[in-house]
Write a protein that binds this ligand. Sequence first.
Ligand SMILES: *Cc1c(COP(=O)(O)O)cnc(C)c1O
Length: 383
Amino acid sequence: MNTLIGMKIPVAKPYLGKEEAQLAYDTILTNWVTQGPRVQEFEEKFAEYVGSKYAVAVSNCTTGLHLAMIVAGIQEGDEVICPSMSYIATANCIMYVGATPVFAEVNPKTYNLDVEDAAKKITARTKAILIVHQIGMPADIDAFRKLCDEHNLILIEDAACAAGSAYIGKKIGSHSDLVCFSFHPRKVITTGDGGMVTTSREDYYQRIKLLRQHGMSINDRVRHLSDKVMIEDHLEVGFNYRMTDIQAAVGIKQLERLDDIIAERRKIAFRYLNELKDISGIRLPHEPEGFFTNFQSFSIYLLPENKLDRNEVMQQLLDRGISTRRGVMTSHRETAYKDACKDLSLPVSEDASDRSIVIPLYVPMSDQEVEYVIHHLKEVLKG
Ligand SMILES: *Cc1c(COP(=O)(O)O)cnc(C)c1O
């Protein structure tokens, strides 16, 4: 049988096993299914894994980012600089607190916020810079830290895709005071939906915990373990941004697997890098010295010299059974932002977004499947 015909290859899939199902099952039978011991255990293990002092589990990365904006004191009238080329939640969380996202360009090689363009966008109203570790590739945290210090700005990290990625020898989650992760199935580890905020600041930690649970002064675990009647107060207007213990149980197992998942993803990514490097007409991902990506996605950029345009390449790959996705979107061209951004031009972001595609990368992905993708990608790009 010719292994190069007739396969069906998804662009991504989560890596979940019987162990995750068993842990969820066991948690359900304890009858303690939210804000209980599994959530606490997941938080402690996640904080230890990334090397941060504290971690707070939340319902997803977007709600984590919303809480990060609040504790950072971002409010109406403030500006927050961020990339437009990101998932739209990056910009939305700034809108939630009545502030304005100010979109800056990305670096065309890493798709991460361009520090020089970000610097140009600083005004008297700028309060923070929200960097994104796009598709797992760390942004240049030290450069942004320096810029923020010079202008007295707060640095916030959208690390939705970056669990297990590292920057200059330290894991993402350990560098700054507000780092938000996602456990959506499209990320490297998943809890169905879910998120985590890491911080080294005790005051941020306490306030995020308060806000995620309706602003309630006493948490369920403390009350449950107390032999004294405890009456709670609601200290400020909070939210229900909780993660359940069923999700956290799954997350604990996923976290145990994370290093193996990343090792496997990198093995596949480096095979792509190696075997696709001689194809003309494409640009491959670039991992700068000192940066360590988890390859949450593998994105390739189609140079203008290609005979086929991006959608044609995607369609021809799909005809051969290979699913792909468009590259990272830009927010300023979406309907929700179009009017507010009608005078904004971000040629680098627009070009990178329009000409890139995400190709299949998941665990486990067989050698045959990888070979199939490489073979057909080469065929299609021949035109
Ligand atoms: C996935 C993603 C989010 C949103 O994460 P959720 O957990 O789905 O809320 C935010 N920012 C970026 C960059 C993402 O890729």
